[in-house]
Design a protein around this ligand. Structure first.
Ligand SMILES: Cc1ncc(COP(=O)(O)O)c(C=O)c1O
Length: 386
């Protein structure tokens, strides 16, 4: 069953992972010691792997230093750490029109303690109304939070331009790169990103339960968690130094080791090549679905990522995704994709949509199988056979 099943749900988490990732996780489990704690050889061996992952992430995304790479549980955790660690009552935050609940929910809670929130309007083909964004900034801005690419529409925001507008008004630029880390080039300095939240388990091909918070400059983020760091243990207060300021407790060493292997894989293949492959499949899917009567496409005509959302006339999205799984052996995702704001912005709230999301291991034949399944479902719907 697994061999014939086609997974096109990579925006959730990438599957499969490179073989080297599985091997690295197992090897780390066998090393078995906690990194950065003890002075014995196994702890040092583990520490070397963790520190290599820090260096590689710093290089890949151009953070201030490897110490400004903080390992987290996932992209949600990274976003919670930074939002709850920097925002104070009275601060004003501007967010994009397509933000995920991992941005919206922490901010809604912070709103209750006095943080002000403004939401920029969408415009064009699933883009952002830059004039409205600039106007919002002119009213005062302490931070902006933007999804680099929407997990619903796949559209990529002009982060560099928006960062410039934000910096002109003295705000901090926080980018949620859940859908782009490892699949689109990101240079924090060049793009004006002060804080980048990334998952390890999506485009970087690492295991679930991995992520990172990357800082482009020294920002005094208050820790969400405090505790043992294996550093300055004599002090009863959390160390000020990074990364210990924001990293406490035994880390997910097997996960980080797997993430390092995923990063090596992405570097060897090349982010540009991965981007071309995933967007190429998405473009071909858009072209194929566009020829089927009853399909309403919800993303860009020329996708830049592997995400394609659509509706099938008169079909319930949940039932359709179920049929995709049970009848056609294809895994796609239906519903609101944890992004009700994005669905409101594109007019598909509360029903949601169907979403296919390609990863590097998807092939043309996977994409064609999905088109054939949609065509079959659409024709059955037309004949009233469903
Ligand atoms: C745009 C966006 N932000 C944040 C997240 C949360 O990522 P994670 O599952 O790593 O917490 C997702 C997950 O799909 C996402 O698509």
């Amino acid at each position: 069953m697994r061999n014939s099943f086609v997974y096109i749900d990579n925006a959730c988490t990438t599957c499969p992972k490179p073989e080297t990732v599985y091997a690295a996780v197992v090897d780390a489990m066998k090393i078995g010691a906690s990194p950065g704690r003890s002075s014995h050889r196994l702890s040092k061996q583990a520490d070397q792997i963790v520190e290599s992952a820090r260096v590689e992430l710093c290089r890949m995304f151009n953070t201030l230093s490897p110490e400004h790479v903080i390992f987290t549980l996932n992209c949600t955790d990274s976003l919670n750490i930074v939002l709850k660690g920097i925002l104070k009552p009275g601060n004003r935050v501007i967010i994009g029109p397509y933000e995920h609940n991992s941005v919206l929910r922490p901010l809604r809670r912070l709103q209750r303690s006095g943080v002000n929130l403004a939401i920029a309007r969408g415009a064009g083909e699933f883009g952002i109304d830059c004039r409205h964004f600039e106007y919002l900034c002119s009213q005062g801005v302490d931070a902006v939070v933007l999804s680099h690419a929407s997990n619903v529409t796949g559209a990529v925001l002009p982060v560099r331009d928006l960062a410039e507008m934000t910096h002109r008004r003295g705000g901090l630029v926080i980018v949620d790169a859940a859908q782009t880390a490892g699949t689109l080039p990101i240079d924090m300095k060049e793009m004006g990103i002060d804080v980048l939240a990334i998952p390890g388990h999506k485009g970087l091909l690492g295991p679930m339960g991995t992520g990172a918070l990357l800082l482009g400059k020294d920002i005094p983020v208050l820790p969400l968690r405090e505790g043992g760091t294996g550093f300055k243990s004599e002090g009863e207060d959390q160390p000020e130094e990074m990364p210990w300021r924001l990293e406490s407790g035994t880390p997910n060493f097997p996960g980080i080791a797997g993430l390092l292997a995923g990063i090596h894989f992405v570097q060897a293949e090349g982010v540009d090549r991965i981007a071309r492959h995933e967007a190429g499949l998405a473009r071909a899917l858009v072209a194929g679905l566009g020829e089927i009567d009853g399909v309403c496409l919800l993303g860009c005509r020329e996708p830049q990522t592997g995400v394609v959302s659509f509706l099938l006339d008169a079909c319930d999205v949940g039932e359709t995704a179920k049929a995709m799984d049970q009848v056609y052996g294809i895994g796609i995702r239906a519903g609101l994709h944890c992004s009700p704001l994005a669905h409101r912005s594109i007019g598909t709230f509360p029903g949601g949509a169907l979403r296919a999301s390609f990863g590097y291991f998807n092939t043309c034949s996977h994409m064609e199988r999905l088109i054939a399944a949609v065509r079959d479902l659409a024709s059955k719907e037309k004949l009233g056979l469903r």
